[in-house]
Design a protein around this ligand. Structure first.
Ligand SMILES: Cc1cc2nc3c(=O)[nH]c(=O)nc-3n(C[C@H](O)[C@H](O)[C@H](O)COP(=O)(O)OP(=O)(O)OC[C@H]3O[C@@H](n4cnc5c(N)ncnc54)[C@H](O)[C@@H]3O)c2cc1C
Length: 324
C-alpha cells in the first residue's frame, strides 16, 4: 500500500526548491519508478514535489553550437520518436525505444530515467542491504545472475537505465538547478559508484533538479547504435547492453565511446575497448580485440559468468554492424 504523503505541484523552480526543503521530500516526474519504491516501502517520503506544472522542461531545442537541449520532462517515447534524435543520434533513439513498455515510455521522463533507483531484488525486497544502510550486499553470495561483472565493490547492482549509457556515449551533459544556482555535469560523472557511497545514485545535492540534458553537435562521421539483451523481449532491464558511438573516417575509427549497460553499478565506459579500436580499421579482428579488452577485467559472481561471453559476442557483433 502507498504510505500517506503530502503532494505539491509548484509552478516555478523557486517554489520547487522551497518545497524540497522538507525532510524526505522527493521530486515526482512520471512517478513510474518513485511510486513503485514507495509502494514497496523501500524508503519513506513525507512529500512529493511534482515537476509537471513547470513550463519549459518539456521540449527539444536545437542549440547554437549545433547540438540539442532536451528538457528533463521529455518522455522516453518522445526521445525514441524525435527525428532530430533518430537522424543524428541513433544510439539515443534506439536506447529509448528499448526501455520497458509503451505505457512506461509514455509515462517515464528523461530526468526520472537518469535518477531511477536500482532494480536489485534484494534492494527492492525486504533485505536490510548495504544500499539501505545495512551491513552487507546480499547479492554477493546470493542470487546474482543479473548482477554486475565489472566494478563490483560494496554493492553489486547494475545500473538500470538504457538511456544513460547512450548519453555517456554521446558526451552529453546534464543541466542542474538548485537554490544556489545552476551548474552542469557530464552524464559520465552523474552516477555515484557504490565504492564511493552505496547510499546514493547520483551526485545531485539535496534540493537539486535536473532541468535538461545537452547533446553536443554530432561529429561528422559519427555512427552510433544501442542494443540490449534482456531475459524477455519487452518490459525488461538490460542483462547486457551496449551503447556505441564511433567517429569513422571510412572504415578507420578516429574516436570511440563504448559504454556497457547491465555490466556495472554505473553506466560503464570501457576505455580498454576504446583504446583497442582508436586509430584502427574496424574489422572482425579489431572488433574481437575490443570485445576481449572490454571484459578482460570482468569478475563473475557465482551465477553470472554467462554475462562475460554474452558481452563479448554483443560487442563484436554490434561493432561490425556499424560497418554496413
Ligand atoms: C516494469 C518496469 C520496467 C522498466 N524497464 C526499464 C528498462 O528496460 N530500461 C530503463 O532504462 N528503464 C526501465 N524502467 C524504468 C523507467 O524507465 C523509469 O521508471 C522511468 O524512466 C522513470 O521516469 P519517471 O519520470 O517516471 O521518474 P519518477 O518515478 O517520477 O522519478 C524517479 C526518480 O528520479 C527523481 N527525479 C525525477 N525527475 C527528476 C529530475 N528532473 N531531477 C532530479 N531528480 C528527478 C525522482 O525523485 C525519483 O527518485 C522500467 C520501469 C518499470 C516500472
Amino acid at each position: 500500500m502507498l504510505p500517506a504523503f503530502n503532494y505539491a505541484r509548484p509552478e516555478s523552480l523557486k517554489e520547487v526548491f522551497r518545497e524540497l526543503k522538507t525532510t524526505n521530500a522527493y521530486l515526482h516526474a512520471g512517478g513510474s519508478d518513485l511510486l513503485g519504491c514507495l509502494h514497496d516501502g523501500i524508503f519513506p517520503a513525507t512529500k512529493l514535489v511534482s515537476l509537471n506544472a513547470l513550463k519549459g522542461l518539456n521540449s527539444i531545442k536545437k542549440t547554437a553550437d549545433g547540438g540539442l537541449k532536451i528538457g528533463a520532462l521529455v518522455n522516453i517515447s518522445t526521445l525514441a520518436a524525435a527525428s532530430d534524435i533518430s537522424r543524428r543520434y541513433p544510439v539515443l533513439a534506439e536506447a529509448a525505444a528499448q526501455v520497458a513498455s509503451p505505457q512506461l515510455r509514455n509515462q517515464g521522463t528523461l530526468g526520472g530515467n537518469l535518477c531511477q533507483k536500482p532494480r536489485c531484488w534484494y534492494y527492492r525486497g525486504e533485505f536490510d542491504c548495504v544500499r539501505k544502510g545495512g551491513a552487507k550486499c546480499y547479492a554477493f553470495n546470493g542470487q546474482n545472475q543479473f548482477h554486475c561483472i565489472l566494478g563490483g565493490s560494496a554493492c553489486y547492482i547494475v545500473h538500470p537505465s538504457d538511456v544513460a549509457p547512450a548519453l555517456v556515449a554521446l558526451d552529453a551533459v546534464v543541466k542542474i538547478s538548485g537554490a544556489q544556482g545552476e551548474r552542469t555535469l557530464p552524464v559520465a560523472d552523474l552516477h555515484v559508484h557504490p565504492k564511493d557511497d552505496p547510499l546514493r545514485e547520483t551526485y545531485l545535492e539535496p534540493g537539486e533538479v535536473i532541468t535538461a540534458v545537452q547533446l553536443p553537435a554530432a561529429a561528422s562521421g559519427l555512427r552510433s547504435s544501442y542494443r540490449k539483451i534482456g531475459a524477455r523481449q519487452s518490459w525488461d532491464f538490460a542483462v547486457a547492453g551496449l551503447a556505441l558511438a564511433l567517429v569513422m573516417d571510412q572504415d578507420r575509427v578516429t574516436n570511440a565511446r563504448i559504454v556497457l549497460s547491465g555490466a556495472a553499478p554505473v553506466p560503464w565506459r570501457s576505455r580498454e575497448a576504446e583504446t583497442a579500436l582508436k586509430g584502427q580499421r574496424l574489422s572482425a579482428e579489431t572488433a574481437g580485440q575490443a570485445a576481449a579488452a572490454a571484459v578482460a577485467k570482468a569478475k563473475a559472481l557465482e551465477h553470472n559468468a554467462y554475462k562475460i561471453s554474452m558481452f563479448k559476442g554483443l560487442i563484436q557483433e554490434q561493432l561490425l554492424k556499424l560497418l554496413s
